[in-house]
Design a protein around this ligand. Structure first.
Ligand code: TXA
Ligand code: MG
Length: 321
């Protein structure tokens, strides 16, 4: 396989405008933040978010951090449990990510949340990241801009070496100042939980909201709390080549089993990036219909098919427990 070079450009005003255009059209732009470089896409565009996972080569869909310009913008996407506004006021812009309940009408892609009812939000403290958010006029989903399993990039060259031409443009803003990722805080019924230690020390956060609990500590593993992946309520049956009475069908490709009841096709043309973009939105939709079960047609295992099959397997196993 030939490894094509990533287009790297110094982040001047004109280049940031070009980058924003790429984001608006559904492309991928790597950009510097104060922590590490992010691999950004329009967070409201399922297909663009699917391209992030394809570029990273992640075997799983982890939920992504969605970057916004301000607390006011964040409030349009998620609700803020007690303590969350205080943390946002104290640390935004900055290296703190808050995992918050999605608002029902949030435009953020379900794939960016990996199907969960929460969304991770962060206001970056970096002039180039802020200029890109302003020019794009959309929230930007961005994991660290490295291929899965590699180190988080702190220079444009690291991004280019890791991702190559899988990224449409790398905005070069020099070395990032922290060099480690943001601290991630979530909330459950009992208060704030430290989901990932990072650039902002635990003590600084505890000064504002009191002790942070660890995930899984104490009685917080009750169903629905801190779940690390999405599972539909309706039982899933995988690798289905026929559909039983009462079942809905989640199909893939042009040759799916015939069915007259509720049917969604992840990708009629058999495109795995399109299928990834549709996966969580379609599962939520079918789940809400209250069928007896969901028959899932086979999905190939190459490319994004690995992550799609991983999620389907977990969803099916959860119901079997
Ligand atoms: O500093 C950073 O946080 C960088 C810059 C680019 O902002 N981003 C970053 O993203 O480190 P990433 O994708 O490499 O790590 C995001 C982490 C993942 O471990 C993911 O599981 C967690 O955030 N996360 C995101 N959304 C979540 C959610 N809804 N619930 C629980 N964890 C979530
Ligand atoms: Mg990462």
């Amino acid at each position: 396989m030939t490894f094509l070079e990533a287009p790297v450009a110094v982040a001047d005003t004109q280049t940031i405008e070009r980058a924003a255009g790429i984001i608006r059209l559904g492309g991928l732009v790597a950009f510097p933040t104060e922590t590490v470089y992010g691999l950004g896409a329009d967070a409201t565009n399922d297909a663009a978010v699917a391209r992030i996972f394809a570029a990273k080569g992640r075997p799983r869909f982890n939920p992504l951090i969605v970057h916004i310009a301000s607390l006011a913008d964040a409030r349009k996407l998620a609700s803020f449990p007690p303590g969350a506004v205080a943390l946002a006021r104290a640390f935004w812009p900055g290296a703190l990510t808050l995992v918050l309940p999605r608002l029902p009408a949030t435009p953020v892609s379900r794939l960016a949340s990996a199907g969960l009812d929460t969304v991770a939000l962060r206001v970056p403290d970096h002039a180039i990241a802020q200029a890109l958010l302003a020019a794009a006029g959309a929230p930007i989903a961005a994991p660290s801009a490295n291929r899965s399993g590699e180190l988080s990039p702190t220079r444009a060259k690291h991004v280019a070496d890791s991702l190559g031409a899988a990224v449409d443009l790398v905005l070069d803003g020099g070395a990032t100042s922290f060099g480690i990722e943001s601290t991630i805080v979530g909330f459950d019924a009992k208060g704030p939980v430290l989901l990932r230690p990072g650039a902002i020390p635990r003590q600084a956060i505890e000064q504002r909201v009191g002790p942070l609990r660890d995930p899984g500590q104490g009685p917080v593993s009750a169903p629905g709390q801190l779940q690390s992946h999405y599972a539909p309520r309706t039982p899933l049956r995988l690798e289905a080549d026929e559909v039983f009475p009462g079942e809905a069908l989640l199909a893939f490709g042009p040759n799916s089993p015939s069915h007259h009841g509720l049917t969604r096709n992840l990708s009629l043309s058999g495109d795995l990036v399109e299928a990834a973009a549709n996966l969580f939105a379609m599962l939520h939709e079918i789940d809400a219909a209250g069928c007896a079960g969901i028959a899932v047609a086979p999905v190939p295992r190459h490319g994004l098919g690995e992550a799609i099959n991983d999620r389907l397997r977990r969803a099916a196993a959860d119901k079997a427990r």
